[in-house]
Design a binder for this molecule. Structure first.
Ligand SMILES: [Mg+2]
Ligand SMILES: [Zn+2]
Length: 193
């Protein structure tokens, strides 16, 4: 862990947990190269709405392509560093990227919908999970939110995902919704004091 626990006046941080493939980038299937990484329309502004409201931003991503041998840990690290820099260039800070490198048959504790990645974040940050958000395009993302106690969730894609609080076809639509309804994410607990 490169950071100490972040706490401010015993107030916990709210967090925005983002799935990667299908949320941050178009899910072309096992994306591992910069040239195949296509940001979804509106993603920078969507994330900025939350970070401006005081949320810490985390990415939680299943990367079984590593465990399956489709690409390496180093490929993932290179792509991740590039992706985080692209966010920084838009003045959006990604606090941390957590990934599960295992294949499903390894039965690990970090593969969504298991809660290992959220627990990893909780080791480093004081997060008010009940007032945090998860955004994903698969049932395993929304189930992670439920399993870990993340209070709110957004599903993105062709059809709504069971148990998601709100659903949008695209990230762009989600961005427009939260832009017009900032009260959903801005309340007294969201401010960094
Ligand atoms: Mg996904
Ligand atoms: Zn894992």
């Amino acid at each position: 862990m490169r950071r100490k626990k972040k706490t401010l006046n015993s107030k916990d941080y709210k967090a925005l947990f983002l799935d990667r493939d299908g949320i941050i980038n178009m899910d072309h299937g096992y994306v591992s190269k910069i040239e195949d990484f296509e940001f979804t329309e509106g993603i920078f502004k969507f994330v900025k709405l939350f970070s401006d409201a005081g949320y810490l931003v985390f990415i939680v991503t299943n990367q079984s392509g590593i465990g399956r041998g489709y690409y390496t840990q180093e490929d993932f690290n290179t792509l991740t560093q590039w992706m985080v820099e692209k966010f920084e260039a838009q003045n959006v800070h990604i606090e941390q990227v957590y990934h599960c490198p295992h294949s499903p048959d390894e039965n690990c504790h970090c593969r969504k919908p298991n809660t290992g990645m959220i627990e990893q974040a909780m080791e480093t940050y004081e997060i008010d999970l009940a007032h945090s958000w998860m955004v994903g395009d698969k049932q395993s993302d929304i189930d992670l939110a439920i399993n870990a106690g993340v209070g709110h969730s957004v599903s993105i894609g062709m059809k709504p995902i069971v148990h998601a609080d709100v659903h949008f076809g695209t990230i762009l639509e989600a961005k427009q919704y939260f832009q017009e309804n900032t009260g959903k994410i801005r309340d007294i607990r969201a401010s960094k004091v």
